[in-house]
Write a protein that binds this ligand. Sequence first.
Ligand code: URA
Ligand code: SF4
Length: 203
Amino acid sequence: MSVPLELEAIATEVADCTQCKLHQSRKMAVPGEGPADAELMFIGEGPGFHENEQGRPFVGAAGKFLEELLESIGLTREQVFITNIVKCRPPGNRDPQPAEIEACSEYLERQTGSLNPKAIVTLGRFSMARFFPNARISAIHGKPQRIGNRVVVPMYHPAAALHRPSLRATIQADFARLPELIGREARPIRAEDPPTVEQLSLF
Ligand code: URA
Ligand code: SF4
């Protein structure tokens, strides 16, 4: 278990960062959260209303759906690292602007380097564009792409998929393939769990 010193240091810097104009209208910056040894890193677009209030990523409706998707593959949000392309809320949830994304990219790069995840999942087209500037999400969603020594899996944004049945089914299917990618058995946590090794040794 590694100590999340670098991740904590980044979060502290983000909390009072003034490197782009989004700092003027934010209530709380949202650095992102998760354990320093997380194998999966999720990158969303930017904080929305609730995230800006609480300083935590994906705590609104999209976050609830993200938690359901994680649960479907046997993971909880506490086991993965969740962050965004920009750490401060764009006013009225407008799109983040190129200058803001650029100003904030240093934090994302340091987080990625420190975490060194097995796979990065981009949620939505803004985070996809950091890795694949000319790709179309409809063409590459759910397909693992190798970038240097990293695996990046582009996915639709849960907020977009939430209320559109076809996209919802697509993102669910894309999630179902994630465990295999990181060499983990897919198992919904609410399902009947088989006995653990310790339990077996009691008999
Ligand atoms: N949508 C995002 O992209 N990020 C969040 O943190 C919440 C909603
Ligand atoms: Fe700093 Fe990023 Fe917030 Fe802009 S969005 S003020 S660069 S933390």
